[in-house]
Design a protein around this ligand. Sequence first.
Ligand code: CUA
Length: 317
Amino acid sequence: MLAACRGPQSTFDPAGTESAEVLHLFWWMLGGAVLIWLFVMGLSVYATKAHPKAHSERTGTKLILWGGVAFPVVVLTALLVFGLQMMPGFRAPADGPRIAVSGERFWWRVHYEAPDTPGVAKFLSGKGVPSANELWIPVGKRTEILLSSPDVIHSFWVPNIAGKVDTIPGRITRIVLDPTRTGTFHGICAEFCGDAHAQMRFVVKVVSEADFAARVEAERAPAAVLDHPGRTAFEANGCGACHQVRGTGSVGLVGPDLTHLASRETLGAGILPMSVDNIQRFIALTEHEKPGVQMPSFATLPQAETRSMAEWLETLK
Ligand code: CUA
């Protein structure tokens, strides 16, 4: 039971101001619930064991009015006020970078230096600095995340840092991430969105402001592309129709940007550690690794070819 109380994906291990407040509210609610439960259990023991005979109608009416009407009204009103007074803090304006994140089936499109109101069309026109499935944010700054989706509803959730907000087609929703310490955390889609919903994860790296700036510069740079048989295979098999490798002829915007694929910790939206073996596995057995994914498996390609593609992709740091 206690295994989930710590770690990179736990609301009980807050690393952000909002998650700390939510946890504070949770402990008050839990404490109150335990007290009320003990009181109700005590009453039922009293009524069945200590004083099993029938009570007068007057006593019964009194119990219902005080215990069933007055008490819940007071307790729930107090909880409502306690919860509402937290909200202005969550709504405070951001003072950090603005990053656009789009929930895709089933991965996360990331654009650093997002324009103010990026619709999906603006994501696709290549504005900002594109990346995917890994979100770097500076510690001690309130980073504004603008959320959208091209087709179905997802929910963006980094349990250690903040609450969750849905990504809704045709709308821009916002959440502010205000991390209080550096570290690597895990995010997850928290709204059922299709077959691979549970495999729609991402990595959140909370770093110093200088490291954040350096990361965005590194993401902005085109790929350091080698002449490699894997690149020839990647291009010959049409991978560039869906994937972008900036600095080459591959300019597809349907799937994740692969320009700096190998600099990320994970593959396939958080499901596999980054390695040549896993890249090859993901290309050949895509639908096996991630049921419901939009990318077809390339299981019919010779192994030497998928290996060579994986080796080339692994150079895209
Ligand atoms: Cu995306 Cu669930």
